[in-house]
Design a protein around this ligand. Structure first.
Ligand SMILES: Nc1nc2c(c(=O)[nH]1)N[C@H]1C(S)=C(S)[C@@H](COP(=O)(O)OP(=O)(O)OC[C@H]3O[C@@H](n4cnc5c(N)ncnc54)[C@H](O)[C@@H]3O)O[C@H]1N2
Ligand code: MOO
Length: 402
């Protein structure tokens, strides 16, 4: 039977995924969160006509000519209000951000005056009516829509929400992804491996992919290849309320590849197992209640590429976060043979020519255990199933992992 195509597998993974619910959180924790409800202004900003400069508030008609003299009748700074009113040929010392005194419609900046005698200012040049004033509401008025639902909150949006007087915001809950590595041979980084043992690496790439699309990660460590040990960790993931359960390793057909069986025993309804991708063929997907289960192959590069191609879009959809794979057109830096039945993600070195043309040169070794090559690959040349041979200089799509 033909293996499921990558696009079909992705469709099946995303098929009925709805964004998670909302939670209301303090503004200072809302950076990079996805807004669940639109934000509108709870107040008008600025709430009053105010001065944009340090200087003297006066009437435009009284400062139309150089040499005009005005009597100084008081002072107003930001945070206070001048209680009187400005009359003909009068002014009030004013500072940036202070409300304009009643009767004033213009601010003369202090660099443009001299003080011939205390209590009097003299204009060095004319100032037009309305200069250096910020009118009430020029930024926004109460009730104005300010930030759309679905926006990923960046620094300026957060300051805007604060200015509009929101102390808390409704944001989409972050998906929780539980990660279990499986394999008797695995030890955490920093250990001293014994005979036959290696260091477990996959979790770190998987977790980083998850975090890059706004997910929270629950690392459930390394489970040995025993059904009871893996079951216990799966139960932990379910008890923690994981939206997505990712396993790494044990997905293939060997005697120790127990993931599919254990997940099924724990209640997973299998959707698919094995797809037409290289690396990553033994990928499995199913649902355990509301929890989506993604069984990644153990080979480190397969685990990473499947996280990029399948896990990231799934988590982004759950978190209502905009997401698209970064695909660029390149020309191949080498001849490539015709492809087999699986969509191949060929690790390639990228180079940008002076004219902007991207050149992707495949590494000569493509073993799915080789993390150094993966980490040095600027991109993955995507070779669809049965793609014909490529000549050096032919166009090819390149996925840039994020
Ligand atoms: N007879 C067949 N054998 C295999 C097939 C097949 O179709 N028929 N598929 C191969 C493919 S493709 C892949 S990919 C691997 C994936 O198998 P598993 O998911 O069962 O992975 P493991 O056997 O557990 O591990 C494979 C390899 O990766 C190392 N590994 C596992 N986990 C980690 C980790 N967290 N960090 C670092 N390295 C890890 C493990 O030691 C193995 O070397 O199966 C092929 N076999
Ligand atoms: O996923 Mo495997 O060889 O296709 O690494």
């Amino acid at each position: 039977m033909a293996l499921l195509a990558v696009e079909v597998a992705l469709q099946r993974i995303l098929e009925d995924v709805l964004p998670l619910g909302a939670e209301t959180i303090p503004l200072d924790q809302a950076y990079d969160r996805v807004l669940a409800e639109p934000v509108s202004a709870l107040r008008t900003q600025p709430p009053f006509d105010g001065s944009a400069m340090d200087g003297y508030a006066t009437r435009g008609v009284d400062c139309a000519v150089a040499g005009a003299r005005l009597s100084l009748i008081g002072e107003v700074a930001a945070g206070s209000v001048f209680s009187g009113s400005i009359g003909e040929h009068e002014c009030v010392r004013i500072f940036t951000g202070a409300p304009l005194p009643s009767g004033a419609d213009t601010v003369v900046i202090q660099e443009n005056v001299k003080i011939p005698t205390p209590g009097v200012i003299e204009l060095l040049e004319p100032t037009a009516t309305g200069q250096n004033i910020r009118l009430a509401g020029i930024d926004f008025r109460q009730g104005d829509p300010l930030i759309e639902k679905g926006c990923v909150l960046g620094p300026a949006a957060l300051s805007l929400a604060a200015s509009a007087n929101h102390a808390r915001l409704a944001v989409v809950r972050r998906p929780l992804v539980a990660i279990i590595s499986t394999g008797d041979e695995l030890l955490p980084p920093g250990s001293t491996p014994g005979p036959g043992q290696i260091i477990s690496s996959n979790t770190y790439g998987i977790a980083a992919c998850a975090r890059s699309v706004g997910a929270d990660v629950l690392d459930l460590g390394i489970a040995p290849d025993r059904k009871d040990a893996l079951s216990a960790r799966v139960k932990q993931a379910m008890e923690a309320g994981a939206d997505v359960l990712v396993t790494s390793g044990g997905a293939s057909v060997g005697d120790h590849d127990i993931v599919r069986e254990v997940l099924s025993t724990e209640g997973m309804i299998l959707d698919f197992w094995k797809i037409a991708i290289r690396p990553g063929k033994p990928l499995l997907f199913g649902k355990m209640g509301k929890t989506r289960c993604l069984g990644l192959p153990g080979n480190p590069v397969a685990s990473f590429i499947c996280s990029q191609v399948f896990l990231k879009p799934l988590l982004a959809r759950l978190g209502a976060r905009p997401f698209g794979q970064h695909i660029r057109n390149a020309i191949s830096g080498a001849d490539m043979p015709k492809n087999g039945p699986r969509q191949d993600y060929v690790r390639a070195q990228l180079e940008e020519r002076k004219d902007g043309q991207l050149i992707a040169t495949p590494f000569s070794m493509q073993d799915s255990s080789m993390l150094r090559i993966m980490a040095n690959a600027g991109g993955l040349i995507v070779r669809p199933p049965f793609a014909p041979a490529l000549k050096m200089g032919d166009l090819c799509p390149v996925l840039i992992p994020g």
